[in-house]
Design a protein around this ligand. Structure first.
Ligand code: AMP
Length: 288
């Protein structure tokens, strides 16, 4: 595995691979890797000849007062994990490589899907994600790019920009990897105290409660949302920011589940903001 810190070096490695006819799979991350990230590499490894991972904590997607400065980092550990998982090229640019003037004049504005649900609480977040991903897609020129369903709205935003701008990369969605108690794996779980870590499993328990209710035929979103809220708020250390039943493509809230839907939630454990979601379908009652 080669670690590359400049766009020029990465491009020249990719040109070599492409001249050999190799297909390229791309896994964009912010690092501090866990098994969720590595499952994306595993999927890419199965389908592509060359696997590129990026590690870049993108300042554009953090709002004021969010955790940009303290976002966890451990490059050595990430390199070991990426190597073992089968990454061929690890792209780890500094901020000045990605944004030489400190800022970018050009941003990818996503539209309505960036403003609803998560977007309401993190204005500018999805424009930051869309901008960095467009730039990374342009640098890497991958055949396929791998994203986790853990960040379901991000996945929908990426699909939207790829379709709207014809970015020519296939977006592959991978299942959420969870800890044994159900908590979705996240680099931010490192912030949790042991007490918060225990309580945080209530998020998934809440989502599962909604899935069970839907399976029994409950289609009203407010009922499903209340069920999640009840479980989450019974943990004194957790504060629910939102829980919404949404359309999986547009992320607009739906008043009733009449087809595929997602229940998405954001929860604070102290200062740490955790998000999770689960797919439901009242028709079959099974997680999608
Ligand atoms: P991040 O480093 O948090 O920006 O995540 C990089 C990629 O890994 C995104 O596509 C995430 O959706 C995905 N990811 C993060 N956590 C998980 C998880 N628990 N299971 C599967 N994919 C994940």
């Amino acid at each position: 595995m080669k670690t590359l810190t400049t766009i020029a070096l990465l491009r020249s490695e990719l040109a070599k691979a492409r001249s050999n006819g190799e297909s390229v799979g791309f896994v964009p991350t912010m690092g501090f890797l866990h098994e969720g990230h590595l499952s994306l590499v595993e999927a890419a490894r199965k389908e592509c000849d060359l696997v590129v991972m990026s590690i870049f904590v993108n300042p554009l997607q953090f709002g004021p007062g969010e955790d940009f400065e303290r976002y966890p980092k451990d490059l050595q550990r990430d390199q070991d994990l990426a190597l073992n998982a089968g990454v061929d090229l690890l792209f780890h640019p500094g901020p000045s490589e990605m944004y030489p003037k400190g800022v970018t004049q050009t941003k990818v504005e996503v539209g309505r899907i960036a403003e609803v649900t998560e977007g309401r609480y993190r204005p500018g977040h999805f424009a930051g994600v869309a901008t960095v991903c467009t730039k990374l897609f342009s640098i890497v020129g991958a055949d396929c790019a791998y994203f986790g369903k853990k960040d379901a709205q991000q996945l929908a935003v990426i699909r939207q920009i790829v379709s709207d701008l014809d970015l020519g990369v296939r977006i592959m969605a991978c299942e959420t990897l969870r800890e044994p108690d159900g908590l979705a794996m996240s680099s931010r779980n490192k912030y949790l105290t042991s007490e918060q870590r225990k309580e945080a499993s209530a998020i998934y328990r809440g989502l599962q409660t909604a899935v069970r209710l839907a399976r029994k035929g409950e289609a009203r979103s407010d009922q499903l949302e209340s069920a999640v809220a009840e479980v989450v708020t019974s943990s004194p250390g957790l504060e629910l920011q939102y829980v919404e039943v949404v359309d999986p493509d547009t992320f607009e809230r739906v008043p009733e589940v009449r087809g595929p839907a997602i229940i998405a939630a954001a929860v604070f454990a102290g200062e740490t903001r955790l998000i999770d979601n689960i797919a439901i379908d009242v028709g079959t009652g099974q997680p999608a």
